[in-house]
Design a binder for this molecule. Structure first.
Ligand code: PDD
Length: 290
């Protein structure tokens, strides 16, 4: 399939899609993004992603490029031109093109790009044996609640993890509390309660995170949003979650097994519950279509 991208109002082959070298996204990482998944034409949590995108734009005073309904129409059109059964849809909005200067004197027209790719299959190794992580002191900026395209620290953390044979790098604050991963939120089961860092400037309000907290509550698993550490008594499972990977058990951290080093029952139950929701979404769509 020839991939098609949407750039500032036009669909064109991905290989021909380009933006100006003076785009502030390129010059200053002055922009925001979203990653969504779409199963057989059904976007998962579209409203939540669009409202987070709107929040990111508002916080940085980047005008939202399209009215919400037009944005949805463009996303559906982008999907229909790249109709993977399991698709990953990327939206990037930057402040736009202007001669390079930090100060913003005139507000340029924002640049918006949408690309669609096939969502990679989850790693069998990760699903059956659990993922692995390292921990590092948080070197990121203090507005991680904004889904900014400035991801250099995240790239460095992920790369260091990969070089050490791990899947993710969890950022820790100065008290060694686990904040989140480079491209995921982090959770733990502690004395039977699902614990994750509260939403503040140090973590992204993940869409998968909200879904998991809701699913846990629906399955009578108590949920607590508080700072947590790996050395807490009663910690029996760790997991990470994101739109693209759902929830994954994390069974080895810094080379040490988390409990018995095997995916725990709650992680696996939550993963299954999430996948069941995705399947239910697909089925609703197929029923409407038939
Ligand atoms: N990243 N925290 C960070 C730092 C992230 O980059 C992500 C997602 C998440 C999870 O958010 P969500 O559940 O909304 O996907 C948490 C995406 C997938 C990425 O950068 O590719």
């Amino acid at each position: 399939m020839t991939l098609t991208a949407w750039v500032n109002g036009r669909f064109l082959p991905l290989a021909e899609a380009c933006v100006n070298v003076e785009d502030r996204g390129f010059q200053f990482a002055d922009g925001v993004y979203e990653v969504l998944v779409c199963f057989a034409g059904v976007f998962v949590d579209l409203e939540a992603h669009l409202s987070r995108l709107q929040h990111s734009c508002n916080t940085l005073a980047i005008p939202f490029p399209l009215p919400a309904e037009e944005m949805k129409a463009v996303l559906h059109e982008a999907y229909s031109r790249n109709p993977f059964d399991h698709a990953m849809v990327y939206i990037q909005i930057t402040r736009g093109v202007a001669p390079r200067a930090h100060r913003i004197d005139t507000i340029p027209k924002p640049t918006m790009v949408i690309t669609v790719r096939e969502l990679p299959e989850p790693s069998v190794q990760q699903v059956t044996h659990g993922a692995t992580a390292i921990t590092r002191p948080d070197i990121r900026w203090k507005r991680c609640d904004i889904k900014s395209i400035a991801l250099l620290a995240n790239v460095m953390g992920k790369q260091e993890a990969a070089q050490l044979g791990a899947d993710e790098c969890f950022w820790q604050d100065e008290r060694e509390s686990i904040l989140e991963g480079c491209s995921s939120n982090a959770l733990a089961l502690i004395n039977g309660t699902l614990v994750t860092h509260p939403l503040d400037h140090q973590v992204l309000g993940g869409i998968a995170r909200s879904m998991i907290l809701r699913l846990a509550a629906e399955h009578d698993i108590p949920v607590e949003e508080r700072a947590w550490r790996l050395d807490e008594n009663g910690l029996s499972e760790c997991m990470m979650c994101s739109t693209t990977d759902a929830v994954m058990p994390v069974c080895h951290i810094n080379g040490h097994a988390v409990c018995d080093g095997k995916p725990g029952p709650v992680s696996m139950m939550l993963r299954q519950a999430m996948l069941d929701e995705f399947n239910a979404l697909r089925q609703t769509r197929q029923e409407i279509a038939s």
